[in-house]
Design a protein around this ligand. Structure first.
Ligand SMILES: *Cc1c(COP(=O)(O)O)cnc(C)c1O
Length: 350
């Protein structure tokens, strides 16, 4: 701390992302990246953008990418907002749509960036406990609120909420914005984008970091009623007119256009997940039902921190959260079949 800081900075509690180790030999199953690399067409599109045009600012509206997303979901481009990763999209949502008198609601076990944004923007929140099976219960969100946000599938549990339950939450709070954070939706859930036309209070966020394997490019999006999108555009254009650079727009648009590669690699991840779940269950793990590209598992006889340390000695890193209720769980990202086998081998006899 120093006298030069704006006063609020000393109270900030920043988000801590999963480790990005400098050692490349590690089997990295800790940050839910996609083991299968981006679409070759996305890489080619970015290569083609590496030219003299980089001296020019990019399109502030990223229209090429908006058109690609609009085409993919068969929606109008006026319902789409784009940002530098969905984390930035979420930041603008908290800033522009969640600063109200009533508390924001989100699950007690959820994406740990939500309380961080609340701290940054001075938003009061109530954490709503998941039920004993670690599921979101729609009825628990029927109460006065200044907004609602939850990941679907949830993170770090991987559990998915059916679309009719999402709709129940939307119906019960017609006067607040409900954000469904669909970072992992392509690995097993059903997107709520189909509900956007019927619910002007719904905003769906997605990212290209997971299912489209472009975490390094930083592209995220929101889909919702144009009135909600306008609020986000106002915040964005008061902050940074060019969150997406020329390479990001070209690569992300090509990734959306390459349905075949996308569907194939999602299928590979889902198949590997089912196999890994069976292998872990055979070792005595309890694994929560996952619709994501990671699983959340605990072993009744082995301490999670100890297992994470043992795996690390074997060159495999997974994520462990020192948080009440989930301190005995490990979050394991789905890797290639070889990486998943390294995890199983690293656990050894239990
Ligand atoms: C990964 C993740 C994000 C952020 O994605 P980026 O687009 O990489 O910023 C948002 N929400 C949840 C729940 C995530 O797991």
């Amino acid at each position: 701390m120093s006298k030069f800081w704006s006063p609020f900075v000393k109270d900030l509690v920043p988000y801590v992302p999963g480790e990005q180790p400098k050692l490349t030999k590690l089997v990295k199953l800790n940050t839910n990246e996609n083991p299968y690399g981006p679409s070759p067409k996305a890489l080619a599109a970015m290569q083609a953008e590496l030219n003299d045009n980089l001296r020019l600012y990019p399109d502030p509206n990223s229209d090429l990418l908006k058109q690609a997303v609009a085409g993919y979901y068969a929606i109008d481009a006026s319902k789409i907002f784009l940002g530098n990763g969905s984390d930035e999209v979420l930041a603008h949502i908290f800033h522009g749509l969640f600063q109200h008198d009533l508390p924001l609601l989100f699950p007690d076990i959820s994406y740990s960036f939500y309380p961080v944004y609340c701290g940054l923007y001075g938003i009061r929140f109530d954490a709503v406990p998941l039920d004993e099976q670690f599921q979101i219960r729609a009825a628990d969100y029927v109460r006065p609120n200044g907004g609602i946000i939850f990941p679907n599938p949830n993170a770090p549990t991987g559990c998915v909420l059916a679309l009719d339950a999402v709709e129940q939450i939307l119906k019960a709070s017609p006067d607040s914005v409900v954000v469904v954070d669909e970072a992992y939706i392509d690995f097993g859930g059903e997107t709520a984008i189909s509900l956007v036309d019927r619910y002007p209070n719904l905003l769906v966020t997605q990212t290209l970091s997971k299912s489209r394997s472009l975490a390094g490019l930083r592209v995220g999006l929101a889909v919702g009623h144009p009135d909600l999108i306008e609020a986000l555009e106002r915040v964005k254009n008061s902050f940074n007119s060019y969150p997406l650079d020329r390479l990001a727009v070209a690569g992300a648009a090509a990734a959306f256009d390459d349905r075949e590669y996308f569907e194939k690699t999602c299928r590979w991840v889902i198949d590997s997940r089912e196999k890994l779940v069976a292998q872990l269950q055979a070792k005595g793990f309890e694994v929560l039902p996952s619709a994501a590209n990671f699983i959340f598992a605990r072993h009744p006889q082995h301490d999670a921190a100890g297992l994470a340390a043992r795996l690390r000695e074997q060159g495999v890193i997974v994520r462990h959260f020192k948080q009440a209720r989930i301190a005995q769980f490990l979050r394991i990202s789905i890797g290639t079949p070889e990486q998943n086998q390294a995890l199983i081998d690293g656990l050894g006899e239990l």
